[in-house]
Design a protein around this ligand. Structure first.
Ligand code: PMP
Length: 366
């Protein structure tokens, strides 16, 4: 039987594993930071209507520049942050993973490097690998905040082409202070100039404001967003970015023609029409998240401050055994490989009760 390594694959892919959060069929799935609420029926009906209309034109390629959708996303950003953004500052793709890939295809690539402060979203490093971009793992403090002085020193020394900041950070949960981003941006401009990408996939769940207003006067800053979390539309695959219009022009040099299908554009537009209802679910999830944080603390666990729809908790001598013990009770959570810590997504009240009951039976000694 032919194995991957028998194929003439690129050297840097040899022996590597693909992204692989387990997709197990268990009653309570709290492992991939999805939104537990299905889309409301009126929105499902509106999607059907919009997709039917799009289907009548599927003999044609979709709007290559997704102008109506980018206009809608710009209005959403403006309405929710108070920082005015136009469609020329917004770009959309199939999930924010594709947005990040297009950014690295444009600003990274062979002979170039990107830095991220780990533990952080594992796909930053994986997309770097996939695009032939060198990867550097930057420092964090014990409490998982970014060690600003060490980060500035690393940027000055290594002169990376792209700096990733994840806020709120996955898997630890905490949002990054605007001052930290400004310090890293300044260091990146002195060393590069290089691009700073702020991944705000979870920002709607944060106690703190979006970092979007930092775009003002900073053409090398990019803010990346997604409809997978707050909009509850992970299956849609729609991510987007906001940046200087020049950045939007630049990523078009690498995007595939007609990358965003007419069906995707129609569905995303329908979701935007129901923003109010969907953000109502975000409020519910935020209070459920806070309830789970309290519950975990009452049980005596350590919890990292969470601005997201997930919670990092610990500490455990054997995270694998705890993960398994919770799974044995029908609750799937995530072991991100952060020594001593596990991560759980905030679900519905019933799912969170099931998690709290399962975790109450595991000993911290495990
Ligand atoms: N950024 C972060 C920090 C994430 O956690 C995720 C999803 N887990 C993504 C980006 C990618 O999301 P999507 O491609 O669904 O937009």
């Amino acid at each position: 039987m032919t194995k991957i390594d028998d194929l003439p694959i690129r050297d840097e892919l040899r022996g590597q594993s693909p992204y692989g959060a387990p997709q197990l069929d268990v009653p309570v799935q709290l492992n991939t930071n999805e939104n537990p609420y299905p889309l409301p029926e009126p929105l499902v009906a509106r999607i059907a209507e919009r997709v039917a209309e799009a289907a009548r034109h599927l003999n044609r390629y979709p709007d290559r520049d997704a102008v109506e959708l980018r206009t809608g996303l710009a209005a959403y950003l403006t309405d929710t942050t108070g920082f005015a953004v136009t469609k020329d500052q917004v770009w959309a793709a199939n999930g924010s993973n594709e947005v990040l890939q297009q950014l690295l295809q444009t600003f990274g690539g062979p002979g170039r490097t990107a830095i991220g402060f780990e533990p952080s979203y594992s796909m930053h490093a994986l997309i770097a690998r996939g695009t032939g971009t060198g990867w550097v793992s930057g420092p964090r403090n014990e409490d998982f905040t970014i060690d600003v002085d060490a980060a500035r020193a690393a940027i000055a020394e290594l002169r990376p082409d792209v700096v990733f900041v994840c806020s709120p950070n996955n898997p630890t949960g905490t949002a990054v202070e605007a001052d930290t981003v400004l310090a890293l941006y300044e260091a990146a401009q002195a060393a590069g100039p290089s691009m700073v990408v702020v991944d705000e996939a979870y920002v709607e769940f944060s106690h703190r404001a979006s970092l979007l207003p930092l775009l003002e006067g900073r053409p090398h800053l990019v803010v990346s967003r997604t409809m997978s979390k707050a909009f509850g539309a992970a299956g849609l695959r729609l991510g987007y970015l906001a940046a200087d219009p020049a950045v939007v022009d630049a990523v078009q040099l690498v995007r595939l023609p007609y990358h965003l299908s007419a069906v995707t554009q129609a569905t995303a537009l329908a979701c935007l029409e129901h923003t109010g209802t969907l953000l109502g679910y975000v409020d519910r999830l935020k209070s459920e998240r806070d309830r789970v944080v309290l519950g975990l603390r009452e049980l005596g666990f350590e919890v990292t401050e969470s601005d997201a729809n997930f919670i990092q908790f610990g500490r455990f001598a054997d995270t694998r055994a705890v993960w398994q013990a919770i799974l044995d009770q029908g609750v799937l959570i995530r072991d991100n490989g952060v020594p001593g810590w596990l991560r759980v997504t905030a679900g519905t009240p019933a799912e969170n009760d099931a998690f709290l009951s399962a975790v109450s039976t595991v000993s911290k000694e495990l």
